[in-house]
Design a protein around this ligand. Structure first.
Ligand code: NAD
Length: 286
């Protein structure tokens, strides 16, 4: 099996910059692309800041941090990822957008490139069907924040070949991640369980069962998790949470997955969580 040396990343938001960070630290050459130059600039600033933190904590030397940063190339031209052996798509959670990206990637990627998607919920089989080589497509679901969270969920589409799966598994392990395998069903494994929990917290707030703070404190101290559901939802992004809830609801056809009207309202207001400065909490003061 050919060892992967170069990784392209499509989408430089919260997840894309984190994946670029861990890939560069693991010694991969990284090409990062986004439609927005602003997103790329913010991604590089975030990676620089996070590497600086690691240096301060003695988790990486200053030389290695500088070398990792130097391994990341950015461009708004998606064709630049074409030469990479593994291309990970981490753009906005929208099914039509993902289909379009996989069609375009097929046109620029080399014949033997592997295409992975970081989608939180969308059918890998349907995304793979948009690619020229569907057997070389699979799900590689990182957790947020990528440099901190140890897990990568691996999802085969119906068409995924064993060699594709093994190459992606090895790349995830080289990035220091623990992998689990999930079936290609809406939300896969982690979000199938997590999103109904976050959605139920929204519904509890909507029904006035408790305040944001009480629900968060209740679940944090009552179930011994590091953050309550609203802190976590703000961290993930409420637009992403809503998109995943929609996929669960439409894909599983059960009313119990219907997104809470409150979650929908917050997204309509543009209150998307940390990334927009306001969600269930206010982050405008930093
Ligand atoms: P984000 O909103 O922070 O970033 C999305 C980025 O995609 C933006 O920078 C946007 O400019 C870019 N983009 C949009 N269209 C594009 C295109 N055509 N080509 C290139 N870039 C494009 O979102 P995120 O939180 O980083 O989520 C990205 C993906 O990762 C989604 O599929 C999401 O479901 C998944 N995911 C998110 C989390 C999380 O906690 N946020 C966790 C795991 C997986």
């Amino acid at each position: 099996m050919v060892e992967i040396q170069s990784i392209g990343i499509v989408g430089a938001g919260q997840m894309g910059n984190g994946i670029a960070h861990v890939a560069a630290c693991a010694g991969f050459d990284v090409k990062l692309t986004d439609i927005s130059q602003d997103a790329l600039d913010r991604a590089v600033a975030t990676i620089e800041k996070n590497l600086g933190r690691m240096v301060k904590k003695d988790r990486i030397s200053e030389t290695d941090a500088a070398a990792a940063l130097a391994r990341i190339d950015c461009s708004t031209d998606m064709a630049t990822v074409g030469e990479c052996q593994l291309i990970i798509e981490a753009a906005t959670e929208n099914v039509d957008l993902k289909y379009k990206i996989f069609e375009s990637l097929s046109a620029v990627a080399s014949e033997d490139a592997i295409l992975a998607t970081n989608t939180s919920s969308i059918s890998i089989t349907s995304i793979a069907a948009k690619a020229t080589n569907p057997e070389r497509v699979m799900g590689m679901h990182f957790m947020n924040p990528v440099p901190v969270m140890k897990l990568v969920e691996l999802i085969r589409g119906l068409q995924t070949s064993d060699s594709t799966f093994e190459a992606v598994e090895r790349a995830a392990q080289r990035m220091g991640k623990t992998t689990i395998v999930a079936r290609d069903v809406p939300g896969f494994l982690v979000n199938r369980i997590l999103m109904p929990y976050i959605n139920e917290a929204c519904q509890a707030l909507y029904e006035g069962i408790g305040s944001v703070e009480d629900i968060d404190t209740g679940m944090k101290l009552g179930t011994n998790v590091p953050m309550g559901p609203f802190t976590l939802a703000d961290f993930i992004g409420l637009d992403t949470c809503l998109a995943i809830c929609e996929v669960l609801y439409n894909g599983l056809g059960d009313d119990k997955y219907a997104p809470s009207p409150l979650l929908r309202k917050y997204v309509e207001a543009g209150w998307l969580g940390r990334k927009s400065g306001r969600g269930f909490y206010d982050y405008s003061q930093g």
